[in-house]
Design a protein around this ligand. Structure first.
Ligand SMILES: Nc1ncnc2c1ncn2[C@@H]1O[C@H](COP(=O)(O)OP(=O)(O)OP(=O)(O)O)[C@@H](O)[C@H]1O
Length: 332
């Protein structure tokens, strides 16, 4: 059940990485220090029990947001707060990664991989109870209790992702941060894992922060979708609204590049233009070099994220009423 109380509130969060050359080279070659603004003033909140997804091309800052939320990175500025109220309260957060092969210790039996957080957090009293819990978790993710004795290499990619999910669930999280959890899998296996994740969300009342470069993956998972471009959220809306009436030209481009089984050439024809480098973003709206609606204002002034009804959009053309009705096929 989705409740109004947010499990996570991210406010004006930015993250810069120092990508300067080593100090001595900089001095000798008179090079300035260089910073990449991977995440630029991002704000969103996730109601408990819902799925919030972030989509965008490689390099837009999605994974950095996931790592900031899980505490793997510290923010450069802004605030990340768990739970409701001014103080917030501890929320158990777990992360599921893209590649289950590298996130599971190959030398450990699956039972020990899943039992580790249970033992570490002393969530069950006694080894018998821990084993029982491991077997329950394996069954919960669609594997057999006997699988506890096997090693990760004895499983397929999809099964390994099920093991990662069981391991993540072992510490009884409330919020699961899923960074491209199905991107390494075949399309049919992808659908099975997404179905499992949806089912688990309902049964266990989980909240998801779901990261993907592929809008079609998040379509049936998400309550709300944020589209990111070069470190910023450019559109944020309930999933059904984003799919039926995307407003930002970049959201329209992403939607148009979802492969169409009736017209397989369409996606390829539209996939022109590369995102600019976050090391040297263009002035004005960062999407302007790829945008068919860009005018002089877009090339000089950065647009703000403006909220209207249930959606927020960062675009001068939308604000000025120049974007409405732009057919997705016209974008690049
Ligand atoms: N540890 C780091 N040090 C320096 N730059 C980084 C670091 N992590 C990310 N970046 C840079 O920050 C930007 C955003 O990267 P991020 O990995 O968050 O994007 P992404 O949308 O998740 O892409 P991908 O799907 O390829 O991981 C990129 O330009 C990337 O090169």
């Amino acid at each position: 059940m989705i409740t109004a109380d947010p499990i996570l509130s991210v406010t004006d969060v930015s993250k810069e990485f120092d990508v300067s050359a080593p100090w001595l080279n900089r001095v000798l070659e008179r090079k300035p220090r260089l910073f990449v603004k991977a995440v630029n003033d991002v704000s969103f909140s996730i109601p408990r029990g819902s799925c919030f997804s972030i989509v965008g091309e490689s390099g837009c800052g999605k994974s950095t947001v996931a790592r900031l939320v899980t505490g793997l990175y510290a923010t450069t500025s802004g605030d990340i707060r768990f739970g409701a109220g001014a103080e917030g309260r501890p929320v158990r957060v777990q992360m599921i990664f893209q590649d289950p092969h590298s996130s599971l210790n190959p030398r450990w039996r699956v039972g020990d991989i899943i039992a580790e957080p249970i033992r570490e957090m002393k969530l069950r009293a006694g080894e018998d109870k821990t084993q029982e819990r491991v077997e329950d978790l394996l069954r919960t993710v669609g594997l057999a209790a006997d699988d506890a004795r096997k090693f990760p290499h004895e499983f397929s990619g999809g099964q390994r992702q099920r093991i990662s999910i069981a391991r993540a669930l072992a510490s009884e999280p409330e919020l699961l941060v899923c960074d491209e959890p199905t991107s390494a899998l075949d399309v049919s296996v992808q659908a099975q894992i997404l179905n499992l994740m949806r089912q688990l969300q309902q049964e266990l009342g989980l909240t998801y922060l779901f990261i993907s470069h592929d809008l079609s993956v998040v379509r049936h998972m998400s309550d709300t979708i944020a589209v990111m471009y070069l470190g910023q959220i450019v559109e944020m809306a309930p999933a059904d609204i984003l799919f039926s009436a995307p407003r930002h030209p970049y959201s329209q481009l992403l939607l148009a590049t979802i492969p169409d089984i009736h017209d397989p050439n369409r996606a390829r024809a539209l996939q022109t233009g590369e995102p600019p480098s976050p090391l040297n973003p263009p002035p004005g709206c960062t999407f302007n070099p790829r945008c068919p609606l860009a005018d002089d204002r877009c090339r000089s002034d950065a647009p703000l994220l403006r909220t209207e009804g249930q959606s927020s959009v960062r675009c001068h053309a939308v604000e000025e009423g120049r974007a409405d009705g732009t057919p997705a096929g016209k974008v690049l």
